[in-house]
Design a protein. Structure first.
Length: 460
């Protein structure tokens, strides 16, 4: 991206070294400068402690375009206008959540014949605009009080500190004021009373002062200051929908009309799998759109974990769909028992069972800094609240029951392995890494309505 939080052309590097630390001459970023930026997006997924103040959540935008309408394929003006429209929508999503930047930003395309789907995603966040600057006007970085010779080399051992309550990095006093508690990242950055629809907001389990969401989705790496219980695991889900074999504008219209429902089904399945795992957060979340001549699919991958400041996820509830005229209650009860047993097994396998403590009278206080109201009509776009009946839950129970990995394995799509090196998983990760790739080809019938179930079995 051409725009970044540091600005373009304003940073110069100084080769001067004193007492073993490298200093970079850097101007302080003000709020006015950030608001004036056209696209306040950052593509990095890992940031130093104290930079992120609050996480607003995952935001994304998609647009379906017809390539045949481009008069000249060689001219970039049309493509630039498409991406500009998508980026403006992403910026309005972030500002509607009272966030000033989008972190972990990424853009992707999916093309089939003459139809192109543009996708943009990232994590809306509130960042600290006060840079740790010393008296000489230089930005000294994270290890400002550490001699250069003593700065540790990058290793896997330094990336597993997200379960520890102690912080090895020295942060300036201004950061300490903003990040007085390790749970502040998970606090919502907007006033929950201004949300026009029902949301499950509860007080933080750590500080008991601010509201937190019941589930946190992010495209970033897990932050070092987060307190995680147990171990994490890889979470993936896949949904697809058959479409007619059309061409041109009719093909683009059918894809555009079906994508919102496909996204709703994907997120519903993703949240249900997260609840079955007994966890309440997903980091490193990536969503990919795949187009075919007769199939449109969405694939989501992330690392699930349990953050202690968020509320404990409830048990999934199985109910008969409206398509059942006379539902079999025994079958519903059997499916509910399968889910309950899976949740209990997962909580034990991933060490999520909290030790019993004596019950205490906990008082929740709403005192704290006033938060801005959520503005869902930001950017002159009215919000359409769509309420839908879930699909028949009995059909998706089998997709939620996934086998657990062996006890000596940790699966993750992030650089940070949640729980590695902790008391529940004392094994140190191997430093010598080896990449491997497995390709498996199978034939499936796209005319079958259970194509997504077939693919789930292939992936397992």
């Amino acid at each position: 991206m051409s725009n970044s939080l540091t600005g373009s052309g304003s940073s110069t590097v100084s080769s001067h070294r004193t007492h073993g630390h490298t200093m970079f001459h850097r101007s302080i970023l003000s709020k006015d400068t950030l608001d004036a930026m056209e696209y306040p997006f950052l593509t990095m997924t890992k940031y130093p402690p104290g930079f992120i103040v609050h996480l607003g959540g995952m935001v994304n935008a998609k647009s379906v375009k017809l390539l045949e309408r481009m008069s000249n394929m060689e001219e970039p003006e049309s493509r630039d206008s498409w991406w500009s429209e998508l980026r403006l929508e992403m910026r309005s999503h972030a500002r509607a959540l009272s966030c000033n930047v989008i972190l972990g930003y990424s853009e992707n395309t999916a093309i089939c014949d003459d139809v192109c789907v543009l996708s943009a995603s990232g994590t809306a966040a509130v960042v600290n605009l006060i840079s740790p600057v010393n008296s000489g006007g230089y930005f000294s970085g994270i290890y400002s009080n550490t001699p250069l010779a003593d700065i540790p080399e990058p290793s896997t051992a330094s990336t597993f500190s997200c379960n520890s309550r102690s912080h090895k990095h020295s942060i300036s006093s201004s950061h300490e004021k903003l990040d007085s508690s390790p749970c502040s990242i998970c606090h919502i950055p907007y006033n929950d009373h201004s949300v026009p629809f029902s949301m499950n907001m509860k007080y933080c389990s750590t500080c008991k002062r601010y509201k937190v969401p019941h589930i946190l989705l992010s495209s970033l790496e897990p932050m070092e200051k987060l307190t995680i219980r147990g171990t994490g695991t890889l979470l993936q889900t896949f949904v697809c929908r058959n479409k007619r074999e059309l061409k041109g504008e009719m093909n683009a219209k059918e894809i555009s009309d079906g994508l919102p429902f496909l996204e709703y089904e994907l997120h519903s399945q993703l949240l249900n799998k997260l609840r079955v795992k007994g966890m309440n957060a997903i980091f490193g979340l990536k969503i990919q759109v795949c187009l075919g001549e007769r199939v449109v699919s969405l694939h989501a991958t992330g690392t699930a974990m349990y953050i202690t400041c968020l509320p404990e996820p409830p048990l999934p509830l199985v109910k008969a769909g409206k398509s059942w005229a006379h539902p079999d209650q025994q079958q519903v009860l059997r499916a509910q028992k399968l889910l309950n047993d899976a949740v209990v097994n997962n909580r034990q396998h991933y060490h999520l069972v909290q030790k019993e403590v004596e019950s205490e009278n906990i008082s929740y206080s709403s005192s704290g800094k006033p938060l801005p109201d959520i503005n869902l009509s930001y950017g002159n776009r009215d919000t359409c609240i769509l309420e839908m009946d879930d699909a028949e839950d009995l059909d998706v129970v089998t997709q939620l029951l996934e086998p657990t990995p062996p006890g000596s394995f940790l699966l993750s799509n992030t650089d940070v392995l949640p729980g590695a090196g902790s008391e529940v998983f004392p094994m140190e990760p191997v430093c010598n890494l080896q990449m491997f790739t497995q390709v498996w080809r199978s034939k499936a019938h796209y005319t079958n309505g259970n194509f997504d179930k077939q693919l789930q079995r292939m992936l397992q």
